[in-house]
Design a protein around this ligand. Structure first.
Ligand code: PEP
Ligand code: MG
Length: 875
């Protein structure tokens, strides 16, 4: 990778792939204002940082988020992965070099977890800078284009004004100890949250620019020139360390004051105090002022914190991944005016009943055709529509003389206030539901029951303050390219819906969104978490080409999806689907599922007053078997209880439902229901297509009890053919007892969702823990490895049907651990198959072995990402 170097200058090669971007686009004044140095930023698509030239590693902080390299001629290059990443404390970064190491151009320096950083950093933009004062300057740089690692990125040249420095950034010893010159010294304790890292160092250097004093910082016996960011960073000063600021020369007093203030002052992290900065990772307050009034737009004048000019990239939180190019469409949100006074109790009562009835009819129709995710949301709305607290409160207000609309709004707002008072983040979704329902009923009251769908132009990127689920589903999905919301959270219902619809979406983009004019060209990068406003034709076109490539790739993957799946070296890996409805079974068949690895039968039992009869269940299972065209159908017995009560199954109150009557425990507690279900499954023709899967198993006694009931049921319906009975490995107990369970069970299916929840002792539905609840945690992987090992002597098939099976990045590890079947959400099956066809067992066992040795989920993910980068992006 050698490039001819210009005389007296140096070529810097792109250290990572992505999009080269002017520094001005970085949402940080220190970098954007070139305080640290000149250069450009890369909006990364790759997750490995390489050396841009030959040189020596000068600084690499413990947080591994940045690295400085000194080129042979003395140029110092800082590469800083993402913005505000020092606070990650090293999570998601793996360094391959140490300070003092010589590296060659193109050598790997740091690998990082793009996904994790995207979720937690202010921005992914990665500045590549020629450090201020190192004696080099940028001559030419390659901005606004797609770059690959090793492309020529910048040409730099030495300046005549290289200064007095010796190239190390540290003061020559004579200067450092110039005790004869008049001067000033002060000891201070460093208050900077993350010590002296790149940004505070740049601020110190910047603060000294107008002053003539020679100034140094002394820490732990080492001295550094306070005018050199590299030298300052190299001191490795942390919060709480005591340092001495020394200056000589006529304005030494002012110089010491300036540096001491930055080291100890409240604004030392480079801007206003953190609490007043908008952080895209902080969940946008679900109860923002705007959320309390869904039908009106906020005033725009007060929201000019972000300058949304062409080329600006607004950072947001990823709600649904993907890329979209299109034009901004502001959603016309109409304020619904309500009058307080009613026109009589009878009239208003009738109005409200009618409006609620209309909404009920629409919701029930929506439920019938909805996918799983949308159905859950619709069901939540239906439940709230008849909530007695809401209806009673509204009725009381009507009786007191208020209008139906006013009463309904007041009842809803009262409930919202009560939920907010709980201060529980998990209530945010309920608040969304209530606001949505308020709007739906008010629209019906206003005679606008059908709420005509918004007219969208093609490739619309809808931008709005916030969006309600009912507004989203009313949009024409064929024209909707993406969504960018100022507010919202990644786990809000609208985010979940967008993900289910496959529409790229960013939320919590902040007030800058309000300043985007309708029709503005937008690039919504919901992989990197950035909304690029009017990024220029070249970039838009490049992204369109990228989208075309993606579309072509996924078309090719779909075309090959119906074929059986083997690894590159001929090992059969079955790719099945998880289903929970007829529509999902159809999607599974379309996407090339080789069977169903998990039928969640709960869908038949919820939202009704009596359990489904045996005949009803049988008809449903038979229909699903037919849709799968004879391919295996794994029917899981009812996994209900705890937090999903059903009216015809009154359960004792439980303090801790996740650890209570769940899964097979509920079935054994109500054997009548299990017997019915078993008979319904056993009756499905042809015999042999269905297999039975038991949830939440913890020991062999549970399996033996169910087996006895299966035999009894077979006898009852006159069936002589055997049926396979497998168990879900989703408790640490079952993984640890897998040897003995293998004696009783015909196959294993690992439920990584619950296995992770119970292994890490983290509630799988807890929004604050969501980012840490990663099934690639090495503790979970060790339990999977143990299960697969235990299955071998008896040749039991091992499947994974938890969410990890739908994560392509995890597939090589799972296969390497000994998993034979992946049961995934239907839409990812073509992708999974394409990836598996590129892998060899040596790849898989290698990465699996390494994964088991890691000490954190982040480290495993980084490892998996490296293999994925090599294989997934090329398939
Ligand atoms: C699991 O726990 O991983 C699983 C597949 O079951 P469910 O998500 O239905 O609990
Ligand atoms: Mg489970």
């Amino acid at each position: 990778m050698r490039v001819t170097e210009p005389q007296g200058g140096l070529i810097l090669l792109a250290p990572l792939s992505g999009w080269s971007t002017p520094l001005e686009e970085i949402p940080d004044p220190v970098f954007a204002g070139r305080m640290l140095g000149d250069g450009l930023a890369v909006d990364p698509t790759g997750a490995t940082l390489h050396a841009p030239c030959d040189g020596e590693i000068v600084t690499l902080p413990e947080s591994r988020h940045a690295v400085t390299l000194r080129a042979d001629g003395g140029a110092e290059i800082l590469m800083h992965i993402g913005i505000d990443t020092v606070g990650l404390g090293g999570a998601g970064f793996e360094a391959h070099v140490r300070p003092g190491r010589r590296v060659a151009a193109g050598e790997r320096l740091i690998t990082f977890d793009l996904d994790l950083i995207a979720r937690h950093a202010r921005s992914l933009l990665t500045p590549i800078l020629v450090m201020e004062g190192c004696g080099f300057t940028v001559v030419r740089s390659s901005e606004n284009r797609e770059i690959a690692v090793g492309d020529v990125l910048m040409e730099i040249a030495s300046t005549a004004a290289a200064g007095r420095r010796d190239g190390t950034g540290e003061l020559r010893s004579a200067e450092a100890r110039d005790e004869t010159a008049p001067g000033e010294a002060r000891r201070v304790r460093v208050a900077l949250e993350h010590g002296i890292h790149a940004r505070p160092a740049a601020q110190i250097v910047n603060a000294l620019k107008g002053l003539a004093a020679q100034i140094s910082l002394v820490a732990q016996g080492r001295s550094a020139n306070a005018r050199s960011t590299v030298a300052l960073m190299k001191l490795g000063v942390r919060k709480g360390d005591e340092v001495e600021v020394r200056a000589t020369g006529e304005d030494s007093g002012s110089a010491v004051d300036a540096v001491a203030a930055l080291l100890t002052g409240p604004h030392g992290e480079g801007g206003p105090p953190r609490s007043t900065q908008r952080s895209p990772v902080a969940r946008a307050p679900a109860q923002s002022a705007d959320a309390s009034n869904p039908t009106s737009e906020r005033p725009q004048a007060a929201s000019n914190a972000v300058d949304v000019r062409a080329g600006v990239a607004l950072p947001g939180v990823i709600a649904s991944r993907g890329l979209a190019v299109g034009q901004a469409v502001r959603l016309a949100v109409r304020e619904i005016e309500v009058t307080q006074a009613g026109a009589g109790v009878a009239h208003e009562t009738l109005q409200l009943d009618r409006a609620r009835a209309q909404v009920r009819v629409r919701l029930e129709a929506a439920r019938a055709s909805a996918s799983n995710t949308a159905r859950e949301i619709v069901e939540a709305h239906l439940e709230l529509l008849d909530d007695p607290e809401l209806t009673d409160t509204a009725q009381a207000l009507i009786v007191a003389g208020a209008s139906a609309a006013y009463s309904w709004r007041q009842a809803i707002r009262g409930s919202i206030e009560a939920l907010r008072a709980l201060g529980d983040a998990r209530m945010a979704e309920r608040v969304d539901d209530l606001l949505d329902l308020e709007r739906q009923v008010l629209l019906s009251l206003g005679g606008n029951a059908g709420a005509a769908a918004e007219e969208l132009p093609p490739d619309a990127i809808v931008i709005a303050e916030d969006l309600l689920p009912s507004q989203l589903v009313a949009l024409d999905a064929s024209r909707l390219a993406g969504i960018g919301l100022a507010a919202g959270g990644a786990t809000s219902h609208v985010s979940i819906l967008a993900a289910a619809m496959g529409i790229p979406a960013l939320v919590a983009l902040g007030p800058g969104v309000r300043r985007i004019a309708p029709g503005t060209p937008l690039l919504l990068d919901a992989d990197a978490g950035l909304l690029h406003v009017d990024p220029g034709t070249e970039r838009l076109n490049a992204t369109r080409r990228q989208l075309e490539r993606r579309a072509a790739r996924s078309a090719a993957e779909r075309a090959a999806a119906q074929q059986d799946c083997y690894t590159a070296d001929g090992v059969r890996i079955e790719v099945f689907a998880n289903i929970g409805s007829l529509a999902e079974a159809q999607a599974a068949a379309r996407n090339g599922a080789e069977g169903c690895g998990l039928l969640r039968t709960e869908f038949l039992f919820l939202e009704r007053e009596t359990p489904p009869s045996e005949a009803e269940q049988h008809a449903e299972y038979q229909q699903l078997a037919e849709v799968l065209g004879g391919k295996p159908l794994t029917v899981r017995t009812l996994d209900i209880g705890g937090d999903k009560p059903i009216p015809y199954l009154p359960m004792p109150a439980e303090e801790n439902p996740a650890l209570g009557l769940r899964g097979v425990r509920t079935s054994l507690w109500r054997p009548d229901l299990l017997r019915q279900q078993l008979r319904a499954i056993l009756g499905v023709r042809p015999y042999g297509q269905c297999r039975i899967l038991l949830p939440m198993i913890t020991d062999v006694a549970e399996i033996r009890s169910v087996r006895a009931m299966v035999e009894e049921a077979c006898a009852g319906i006159g069936r002589h053919e055997p049926i396979e009975v497998g168990v879900m490995i989703e408790t640490p107990a079952s993984a640890l007892l897998a040897e003995s369970i293998a004696v009783e069970a015909d196959f294993f299916s690992i439920g990584t969702n619950d296995l992770t929840q119970y292994t890490l002792a983290m509630d799988r539905g807890h929004p604050e823990l969501a980012a840490r609840l990663d099934a690639l945690h090495p503790a979970v992987l060790r339990l999977i490895a143990r299960t697969a090992e235990a299955a071998q002597p008896r040749q039991r098939m091992v499947a994974v049907c938890g969410g990890l099976a739908s994560d392509p990045v995890a597939a090589p590890i799972l296969i390497g651990l000994g998993v034979h079947e992946l049961s995934a959400v239907p839409s990812v099956i073509p992708r999974l198959k394409a990836l598996i066809r590129k892998l060899t067992m040596a790849d898989c066992t290698g990465v699996a072995r390494q994964a088991l040795e890691q000490s954190s989920a982040e480290a495993v993910r980084a490892l998996a990402m490296r293999l994925a980068e090599r294989e997934i992006e090329t398939v």
